[in-house]
Design a binder for this molecule. Sequence first.
Ligand code: ZN
Ligand code: ZN
Length: 392
Amino acid sequence: MTTLTRTFSEADLRELVEVRRDLHMHPEIAFAEVRTSKLVADRLKAIGITPRTGVGKTGVLAMIEGTRPGRTVLLRADMDALPIHEENEVPYRSQSAGKMHACGHDCHTSILLGLAKHLAQHRDEIAGRVKLCFQPAEEIGGGANGMIADGALDDPKVDAAFGLHVWQDLDLGKVLITPGPFMAAVDEFTVTVTGKGAHAAQPQMGRDPVLCLAHLVTALQSIASRETDPLKEVVVSVTQFHAGSAFNIIPETAWINGTCRMFDTEIWEEMPERFERVVQGVADAYGCKATLDFNRHNRPTVNDPAMTRLARAAAVEVVGEANIVDGGRTMGGEDFSSFLHKVPGCFIAIGSRNTAKNLVYGHHHPKFDVDEACLEIGAEVLLRTMRRYLAS
Ligand SMILES: [Zn+2]
Ligand SMILES: [Zn+2]
């Protein structure tokens, strides 16, 4: 932290850690955030805010009115955990076998509750309104869209949206802010090929779906390497290949599954069509039938340049110019992209890795853990970004 006047007292900071650890001990996966959303709602009620619960299934929405008129800004935290068994030996270790806050959404929820408490006591800081969005199901996609469908951006209409993620690829004290495309679109594809089963010794009697899919795995790479502008990155990864039951049987069907990632919205929009053409073409060549199931988890996360400047200036106040990392991107995805598609805003990455404390494991790892000093930095950056937006 720079020499800024710190917003949060020692007691506030202890509470940020306590809430984070409480959530960490009681992880709930996508759309099962029942205890979590009750904890959020109870804490909001305790500070005099009446939340709307059950928004987009298990989400919570709340609003804090400022003392002066102005615009409406939405701040978002995701609440879901992952189906991973925690391997950390810490006092706040997950108490639910096979479930773990291995992405840091416990931190995000705690930070937003900390901001809620501060803002409820300082409504005079707000010219306009702050909508607090506690979102379910980020990890499987669908949580953000569910809340938007349930009115998170309406009544009153939201003018801008901000969110953050603790970031294990970045040391504590650093903040990563990228204008434009920051995180990739995430698509999932499944191709099922049906041929004709036969004895392995009589391939001429059948239509081999294994050979067909083997060619398809190769052909799909041409989408990334031959069809799209090489300056606009595309990743196609086939990650599952399922076929057969014995060494001497050509199976009737086989299937593959995988993901493709990209930053460019135009390429993203054309992707299902490109897949369909390659899949049907290859299937046809081998006399098989193919069905493509294309599941769009989330669109590219694109930060608005003007909103990014506001967030960057806020982060400079907190960590200093030397600790800002500009322009990093990741092929990982985020469903905050759904909010950024509807309103301008910025998604900010808050460094949380601490090598000296061996807090080095990445997101979704069973030993994932953050340096909790990132909670204060995240809260300060988000609060100051919001203030700058409402004052701009
Ligand atoms: Zn995650
Ligand atoms: Zn996450």
